[in-house]
Design a protein around this ligand. Structure first.
Ligand code: TGC
Ligand code: FAD
Length: 390
């Protein structure tokens, strides 16, 4: 990890501002110092390294684009993307924590919350003093969250919440959960559920082969009394959680480039050092094909996300463009991880190198935040005008 060289085959650094480069380099140094040395053991032991939370806050990973008045870093969308890239070069699970905290917890409070909610929660979330999670997926409703069964009832002075969410990143230790639930009219709203509320439990999901350094769990609501001031008042309907997903999916499109870069860099270095049949394996055409295709795909993904970042800075990016980038880049990173693992032969299956961990992590990334199939159907709907989900 000490020797990591970020590939920049098309001199994309020329497209970045001094601020972008400063933010990225600070983040890259932090990952090298704090994440790389401990991440393999954390993944092997299936433990989220929660001592990293304050460092994540310091590099601006909690609310990169949230205004400074609420404790955020006040950066643009390209800086946000570069932060995600550098963290995911370390590990997709650590990037997941940053994605959830920023785009799935701070973003809805910032966009859909009232002033009291913003000042109560955002500064503590930005500093990492408080950690949040996002409950949309349910046991019976993953790709189709509109079918959710979790519901709340107006009891006059509070709401009564019942239901369950599954596959929730950070749920086992989160202080608050942004929970999407239907009211008596079947309309979806976001509620801030706080740890300690009676009837609210968060059991951990064990035995994952993927995202092992990230804690995943359930959210169970058994007649939970939620104060009325905890309902996010300014947006309802499925578009509210999907709006948060746009921001998180954008970050993932950048993030996975980091994982791909780390796999490529590791495979290239190994191929130049490993000798078989009297020469470095990098000298064989079959290995060159793998490496040349990796750098080509990384370069295309970098251009796609940079352009998407510019469009987002100008408020012109569409949800369908974000879906295309998420889908393309995650599949690109997963393919690179699989190819890079082979370049290392048997060494590729060990924890002495990061590739197999990235590969297993990316099996979650290709499923969460909208599966590879769902994003294809979003593109299909966008270009034909005909939804093919049902
Ligand atoms: P549909 O009828 O198309 O839309 C319902 C309403 O939502 C609006 N909308 C959006 N708004 C904002 N952003 C978007 N991307 C939007 N897409 C749609 C739409 O305009 C409509 O608004 P209105 O006002 O007319 O009501 O909805 P549908 O039920 O047909 O579903 C469409 C579909 C399948 C694309 C959607 O359900 C979907 O994206 N499904 C995938 C579910 C998903 O991504 N779940 C992610 C859970 S969170 C997670 O995985 C976190 S992992 C975090 C980590 O660890 O990093
Ligand atoms: P399903 O929806 O059951 O899909 C199964 C298969 O069917 C998939 O291949 C899918 O592509 C395909 N399929 C579904 N519908 C169609 C269709 N219309 N046409 C063609 N094929 C289709 N969720 C949260 O809310 N918050 C979180 O923090 C969170 N974190 C996660 C962390 C991890 C590690 C994982 C693995 C998941 C997480 N998720 C989270 C859940 C994630 O968003 C869902 O797993 C995802 O949306 C898919 O839902 P599902 O697993 O129920 O699959």
């Amino acid at each position: 990890a000490d020797l990591f060289q970020a590939p920049d085959y098309f001199l994309l650094d020329d497209l970045l501002t001094e601020e972008h480069k400063l933010v990225r380099d600070a983040c890259r140094d932090w990952v090298k110092r704090e994440v790389s040395p401990i991440i393999e053991d954390a993944a092997q032991e299936a433990k989220f390294p929660n001592h990293l939370l304050s460092g994540l806050a310091e590099i601006g990973a909690f609310g990169p684009y949230i205004p400074e008045e609420y404790g955020g870093a006040g950066l643009d969308q390209i800086s946000y993307g570069l932060i995600m890239q550098e963290i995911e070069r370390g590990d997709s699970g650590i990037r997941s924590t940053a994605s959830v905290q920023s785009s799935l917890v701070m973003y809805p409070i910032w966009k859909y919350g009232d002033e009291a909610q913003k000042s109560k929660f955002l500064p503590k979330l930005a500093s990492g003093e408080m950690i949040g999670c996002f409950g949309l997926t349910e046991p019976n409703h993953g790709s189709n969250p509109g079918g959710m069964e979790t519901k709340y009832k107006d009891m006059g002075d509070h709401y009564l919440l019942n239901g369950a969410k599954l596959w929730i990143s950070n749920s086992p230790f989160a202080d608050i959960a942004i929970v999407w639930a239907k009211n008596e009219d079947g309309r979806i709203h976001g509620l801030i559920v706080e740890r300690g509320m009676k009837g609210f439990t968060t059991p951990e999901t064990h035995h994952k082969w993927s995202l092992r350094a990230s804690a995943t769990g359930e959210l169970i609501f058994d007649n939970v009394k939620v104060p009325k001031e905890n309902l996010l008042p300014n947006k309802s309907g499925l578009g509210a959680p999907l709006g948060c997903l746009d921001s998180a999916r954008y970050g993932i499109a950048w993030g996975v480039i980091g994982a791909a870069m780390d796999c490529y860099d590791t495979a290239l270095r190994y191929a130049k050092e490993r000798t078989q049949f009297g020469k470095p394996i990098a000298g064989f055409q079959l290995q060159q094909k793998k490496l040349a295709e990796m750098i080509t795909e990384i370069t295309k993904a970098q251009l796609l996300t940079w352009r998407l970042g510019v469009l987002r800075n100008e408020n012109r990016a569409t949800s369908a463009q974000i879906s295309m980038a998420k889908r393309n880049n995650v599949a690109m990173a997963l393919n690179i991880a699989r190819e890079a693992r082979q370049v290392l032969g048997a060494m590729g299956i060990t924890g002495d190198y990061s590739i197999m961990r990235h590969m297993m992590n990316l099996e979650s990334v290709i499923t969460y935040e909208g599966t590879h199939d769902i994003h294809l159907l979003i593109t299909g709907m966008d270009i034909t005008g005909i939804p093919a989900f049902t």
